[in-house]
Design a protein around this ligand. Structure first.
Ligand SMILES: NC(=O)c1ccc[n+]([C@@H]2O[C@H](COP(=O)([O-])OP(=O)(O)OC[C@H]3O[C@@H](n4cnc5c(N)ncnc54)[C@H](OP(=O)(O)O)[C@@H]3O)[C@@H](O)[C@H]2O)c1
Length: 291
């Protein structure tokens, strides 16, 4: 039975294999992505926000996206499906710090009921490894190495960091973890450029489809660098509100766009389940969508 109902589907691009019947039924339609035509991965972002654009309540133990969605089943399914479609999942350190130590960025973590469907799709249809590579971005290297992402058999994790971050991670014992690779990159004004990350992922790690799962700081940098192709946005029927003295981030944090340069998107699909909406956008530079 379908988990979501398709209200609009304008996706005219048919690249790559179609979804297997079980996933097609749950998603109420097909899902395919373009191949990147540049020497970098095709980048898909996925967020959930409240009606007033908040992506985190920033309250201890309630800061994650699942609180924003109200642990919505279909949001979890779509997240799992996007993970199943990607070679790698990218997250910033702030996002890692705000989820449970057991959290994994693998398809079935957010929707266990489709574990076998996700696996069959990845391995037999897309011919990818069982799980996507997890890529964590941390300039400081200040990561808790006891987390499941660094210690679960079969889960590979790459950390993109600075040389100081590499030293901090080495000091904490990261080099002894068999499934963890550390990649130090140069910085400009203290941050690593998104394009440098993408060149590493494409050239050295073979990533062709990258799922960007935030957070708002890392996502803003990718948007500013013209390095986002698509955005999947779950709209949760809640209003979080903001006070002047608290920081409840929106989709983008740490960067502002002038009206003329504000990134624009073209709506490609709308799905619905009860009061939630699941929106898919393609990035446009005017028109047509970014290739
Ligand atoms: N609702 C949703 O869909 C959703 C999705 C994702 C996240 N969130 C929420 O957003 C909040 C986190 O927001 P955030 O903006 O702090 O998260 P973030 O972007 O995940 O993390 C920021 C951290 O990532 C590292 N970083 C980012 N860009 C870097 C660069 N270019 N070079 C080097 N390091 C870089 C830095 O780590 P170091 O400090 O280690 O250097 C920085 O402090 C959490 O509450 C999370 O739950 C919500």
């Amino acid at each position: 039975m379908a988990l979501v109902r398709t209200l609009i589907d304008r996706d005219q691009d048919h690249f790559g294999p179609e979804l297997p019947p079980g996933l097609r039924e749950l998603y109420d339609g097909d899902l395919r992505f373009r191949d990147s035509v540049t020497e970098r991965p095709f980048v898909i972002a996925n967020f959930v926000s409240t009606l007033d654009g908040v992506v985190s309540y920033e309250i201890k133990y309630q800061a994650a996206g699942s609180t924003v969605s109200g642990s919505d089943t279909a949001d979890g399914f779509i997240m799992g499906l996007l993970r199943a479609s990607a070679d790698a999942v990218l997250v910033g350190a702030g996002t890692v710090h705000n989820v449970s130590p057991e959290a994994l960025w693998i398809p079935e973590y957010t929707y266990p009921d489709a574990k076998h469907l996700f696996r069959e799709y990845r391995v037999n249809v897309l011919h990818k490894s069982e799980f996507p590579l997890l890529v964590v971005v941390s300039g400081s290297g200040n990561l808790e190495l006891e987390r499941a992402i660094f210690r679960t058999p079969g889960v590979r994790t790459a950390v993109i960091t600075t040389s100081a971050g590499r030293d901090a991670l080495a000091g904490a014992g990261a080099m002894k973890l068999p499934s963890v690779q550390i990649y130090p990159l140069g910085t400009k004004y203290g941050t690593i450029a998104p394009m440098a990350m993408l060149r590493l992922l494409y050239g050295k790690l073979g990533v062709r489809t990258l799922l960007h799962e935030g957070g708002p700081t890392l996502f803003g940098q990718f948007l500013a660098a013209e390095a986002v192709n698509e955005l999947f946005l779950t709209l949760s029927p809640r209003i979080a509100g903001r006070r002047g003295d608290t920081i409840r981030p929106g989709l983008v944090q740490g960067i502002e766009f002038m009206p003329d340069a504000a990134p624009r998107f073209q709506l490609s699909s709308v799905k619905q389940r009860a009061e939630h909406l699941y929106l898919r956008y393609q990035r446009t530079r005017g028109h047509p969508p970014v290739a």
